[in-house]
Design a protein around this ligand. Structure first.
Ligand SMILES: Cc1ncc(COP(=O)(O)O)c(C=O)c1O
Length: 378
């Protein structure tokens, strides 16, 4: 056999052996506790109608953008949407990327140079890790949310330094101590980069995110907001200064060397932001989060404690244990997915539960009851 074929077969076999083989599945169970469609925008007929109206109003009828933003793929409408997003987030400027992965990759990979330092929380998303890996900067991690460890790393930082965190962590649902991290960045003259993928739509007034909720928008060097989660669309934006936007247009390779999103994607994002403005959906999702937290407390499910975000976690160490627990729920029509190692550290395999505005109180109660049952069978 060809050695490359053999190499792939061996690697896949070792994934099968340790229970971490990934497979695509197109099945969707009736009760959704797994998608990132926290506010139900991806399935919203109201949003669909608003997008249709927006496309008609502006006669935006192209199927594809026809090129990268720097060639034929840019439109006034895209730039107006970026300005709209910037105003919503009290930022000087916004620049749209085709996905959150692209935004993080492009942002990190072009900022830090040889002699600079990137210090990131150990639990940041793979897209941020990959962006940092593409640089020649020195890279360090600090223990999750550990300010002392961060300060130790900051003391030794050289050149321009960048501290990278999420505001709501994607796998744990907990939040970063941003005021304290920002104060440390001030003290050590470091630039703070915050990924708000799971905070947008959920945290703060009208779901503007944790940074604005804490009034830190002028302290943060760059924020990343993604559109594929609470906004139910696709894409992302980097928020920051006008200089940062101009810099990314010139140096972020995942922005430069790719076809721009089609105009209906941009219109969808604009309409989704308009929906966030007109109705404060974060109030509805917070009710659901509270309902889950109350039930988790009464049924003894607080392991780890319920979080303030739409993401809740139950640790079931071991890939097989986590998969078995998820399968038991799935057999009852409840769509909860297991998160396996290596996506999370070995021993931290878990059920990741996502709450949504469209989950009924009855569904949340059923989930909590089933989870309590699982726990008592352990
Ligand atoms: C924290 C975080 N950042 C970035 C991304 C990537 O965003 P996208 O799905 O738009 O590529 C994700 C997606 O899982 C995420 O959880």
């Amino acid at each position: 056999m060809n050695t490359a074929e053999q190499f792939m077969k061996d690697r896949l076999q070792s994934r099968t052996d340790n229970g971490s083989l990934r497979n695509l599945s197109s099945s969707h169970l009736p009760v959704d506790f797994c998608s990132n469609d926290y506010l139900g925008f991806a399935r919203s007929t109201m949003l669909k109608e608003q997008i249709d109206q927006e496309l008609n109003k502006h006669s935006l009828y192209q199927n594809g953008s026809g090129g990268s933003r720097l060639l034929s793929g840019n439109t006034e409408y895209t730039e107006e949407t970026e300005s709209f997003i910037a105003v919503f987030h009290q930022a000087q400027a916004a620049l749209i990327f085709n996905s959150g992965y692209d935004a993080n990759l492009g942002l990190l990979s072009c900022l830090a140079q040889r002699g600079d330092t990137i210090i990131s929380d150990e639990l940041i998303h793979a897209s941020l890790v990959d962006g940092a890996r593409l640089t020649y900067a020195s890279r360090y991690t600090f223990r999750h949310n550990d300010l002392n460890d961060l300060e130790t790393k900051l003391k030794n930082a050289k050149g321009n330094s960048y501290v990278v965190t999420e505001s709501v962590y994607s796998m744990d649902g907990d939040t970063a101590p941003l005021p304290e991290i920002s104060a440390l960045c001030d003290r050590y003259n470091a630039n703070l980069i915050v990924d708000e993928a799971h905070a947008l739509g959920i945290i703060g007034d009208h779901g503007k995110g944790l940074v604005q909720h804490l009034g830190l928008q002028d302290k943060v060097f760059a924020r990343v907001v993604t559109f594929g989660k609470a906004l139910g669309c696709h894409g992302a934006a980097v928020l920051g200064s006008l200089a940062l936007r101009q810099y990314l247009i010139n140096f972020a390779r995942s922005f430069i060397y790719t076809t721009a999103a089609p105009i209906h994607t941009i219109a969808a994002v604009k309409c989704a932001y308009q929906m966030l403005l007109t109705t404060d959906f974060s109030l509805i999702i917070r009710e659901k989060i509270k309902h889950y937290a109350d039930l988790a407390n009464t049924t003894g499910l607080n392991h780890p404690a319920p979080t303030p975000s739409a993401i809740q976690t139950l640790i079931h160490p071991g890939n097989t244990a986590a998969r078995t627990a998820a399968a038991l729920l799935q057999n009852k029509g409840i769509d909860v997915r297991a998160i396996l190692s290596p996506t999370v550290h070995a021993g931290q395999e878990r059920l990741r539960i996502c709450l949504h505005t469209y989950n009924t109180d009855e569904e949340i109660k059923q989930l909590a009851t089933e989870l309590a049952q699982l726990k008592s069978n352990e």
